[in-house]
Design a protein around this ligand. Structure first.
Ligand SMILES: Nc1nc2c(ncn2[C@@H]2O[C@H](COP(=O)(O)OP(=O)(O)OP(=O)(O)O)[C@@H](O)[C@H]2O)c(=O)[nH]1
Ligand SMILES: [Mg+2]
Length: 185
């Protein structure tokens, strides 16, 4: 069994909990209730299995609270994570600055590869769809960026998330293979 730990991080009220619930089919949208520290959702996805060995995959999604007052917990949250998803609201200009901090702290300082990171510009109902118009400055412009709009096109983000899970599982499986080889040889 392959296991992967994926973090959802980013500014407050950007939609991390809403997306986490949607993507793991946990519960419907409710009124805002700030996540205190972290919430861990365990799930499997029928579309994601590891390559040819027929091994199953289990995911842990760590839906982290965006409030900086939880900063003292961050090292514990980051430990042994395989992927980091940064969720922000593209309509709020300050979020573009804030996500640089999340990237630096959760990706660069953890020595994760850029391929292990995904940016999601989450569009709440009634907000401008504003795709395309978004220009991020380096180093964020190297990262994969997808848009989510649960009202207009919920399947798009579901599909993108499955692609991301597959890439994460591939890298977990490759590093396990490398480990096994290094024991044998
Ligand atoms: N209807 C609708 N409401 C949304 C959507 N995304 C966010 N919201 C609203 O925005 C609120 C905040 O979203 P959350 O997902 O809780 O925000 P968060 O990023 O988890 O915030 P923290 O836990 O404080 O870091 C939600 O409670 C919803 O009321 C959406 O796609 N549709
Ligand atoms: Mg939350």
């Amino acid at each position: 069994m392959l296991k992967a730990k994926i973090l959802f991080v980013g500014p407050c009220e950007s939609g991390k909990t809403v997306l986490a619930n949607f993507l793991t089919e946990s519960s419907d949208i409710t009124e805002y209730n700030p996540t205190q520290g972290v919430r861990i959702l365990e799930f499997e996805n029928p579309h994601v299995t590891s390559n040819n060995k027929g091994t199953g995959c289990e995911f842990e999604l760590w839906d982290c609270g965006g409030d900086p007052k939880f900063e003292s917990c961050w090292p514990a949250l980051m430990k042994d994570s395989h992927g980091v998803v940064i969720i922000f609201n593209a309509d709020i200009p300050s979020h573009l600055k804030e996500i640089e901090m999340w990237y630096s702290c959760f990706v660069q300082q953890q020595f994760l590869q850029d391929t292990q990171c995904l940016l999601i510009a989450h569009h709440k109902p009634g907000s401008g769809s504003g795709k395309g118009a978004l220009s991020l400055s380096p180093p964020l412009n190297k990262l994969k960026l997808v848009h989510s709009n649960l009202e207009n096109d919920p399947e798009e983000i579901r599909m993108e998330f499955i692609k991301y899970l597959k890439s994460i599982i591939n890298s977990v499986s490759e590093s396990r293979d490398r480990e096994e080889m290094s024991i044998i040889t």
